[in-house]
Design a protein around this ligand. Structure first.
Ligand code: TXD
Length: 313
């Protein structure tokens, strides 16, 4: 069987880690694309990685390019092209510049990879994935955004740290938009099958939820120049992995809602099954009134950004 082809659009911080993880997991060959001014950088980065495959013990062709013809026929396209946040910026501050970048990327992906499973990572996430879908017109199963896997990974990690247990045993989901209004769901979180609410007091749970909502900003402040990249890269590759291996993982992803959760025509984070059909199924969880109200607040925040996108494309 021929190797799969994974195209990474944007060869910066997240792109670099994704390329390495893709090769290490033997998911396929990697083509990393960036703007012409960065062609040397991505060619160098990928050559460096290719030269490490011998010691890493994995086989993958790893190439860098600024020519879209080189991504032709990719099975998966993961997009991080755009600017990241600097301290003091919100994700929405990136909208103006990143919507222009996503418009350009979407037109090229439409031309060269019409059958790819597309994962958008660029911020502001929920509106960039909406913009990408609007421009490409791709089927909704094949376009989704990465945010919930990262947000729930942060939530799970903080819970594991607090309880001093393996993070593997913490199952959780985070709904809503990728921003300060995201909705961690402690009521549905379990640790080794035991409800979190049995193991932790309400105050500690609230403190962990709060830290989760601000986790990206915490990293932006510490780094001083850019945003998180290890955990976002691992999260996007987990989604690609589930698609390529038809694992049918249940993962929180930004998916196009058409009536689910009472929401129509917006991308928002919800649990979904990711398999060979892409976003195969959105899972609708019955929320209580408080959770539904929080989801509504999150949706309202995303709606504002969508108005801005619709004005621009
Ligand atoms: O959960 C999430 N979705 C996120 C999203 C978590 C963390 C960061 N998230 C966002 O991902 C972040 O706010 C940014 O919008 C993207 C990419 O973050 P990264 O840290 O990888 O940014 P870099 O290192 O600046 O890399 C971006 C690359 C850089 O090399 C640019 O030259 C390139 O994008 N770029 C382009 N590539 C192709 N085509 C165009 N037009 C283009 N413009 C810039």
């Amino acid at each position: 069987m021929a190797r799969k082809k994974i195209a990474l659009i944007g060869g910066g911080q997240i792109g670099g880690i994704m390329a390495l993880l893709t090769a290490q997991k033997q998911l396929g060959d990697v083509v990393m694309l960036d703007i012409p001014e960065m062609e040397g950088m991505v060619k160098g980065k990928m050559l460096d990685m290719a030269e490490g495959t011998a010691v890493g013990g994995y086989d993958a062709n790893m190439t860098g390019t600024s020519n879209y013809a080189d991504i032709e026929g990719a099975d998966v396209v993961i997009i991080t092209a755009g600017l990241p946040r600097k301290p003091g910026m919100t994700r929405d501050d990136l909208l103006d510049i990143n919507v222009k970048i996503i418009t350009n990327v979407a037109n090229q992906v439409k031309k060269y990879c019409p059958n790819a499973f597309c994962i958008i990572v660029t911020n502001p996430l929920d509106s960039m994935v909406y913009a990408f879908r609007k421009i490409t017109g791709f089927s909704k199963n094949m376009v989704c955004g990465m945010a919930g896997v990262l947000d729930s990974s942060r939530f799970r990690s903080f819970i594991a740290m607090e309880l001093n247990v393996s993070v593997e045993d913490v199952a959780a989901t985070v709904l809503g938009g990728h921003g300060p209004t995201m909705v961690p769901l402690p009521r549905l979180t379990t640790v080794g099958g035991i409800p979190l609410t049995e193991l932790m007091d309400a105050e500690t749970i609230e403190a962990i939820s709060k830290r989760t909502r601000a986790a990206g900003t915490e990293i932006v402040k510490l780094l001083g120049n850019g945003s998180a990249f290890f955990s976002p890269a691992a999260s996007a590759i987990e989604m690609a992995n589930s698609y390529l291996l038809d694992k049918k993982r249940v993962l929180p992803v930004a998916a196009l809602l058409e009536g689910e959760y009472g929401i129509n025509n917006y991308y928002l984070g919800v649990p979904a099954v990711i398999g060979a059909g892409g976003v195969e199924k959105i899972i609708e969880v019955k929320l209580n009134d408080d959770e539904q109200a929080l989801l509504q607040v999150s949706l309202d925040a995303v709606k504002g950004a969508i108005v801005d996108v619709d004005e621009r494309i």
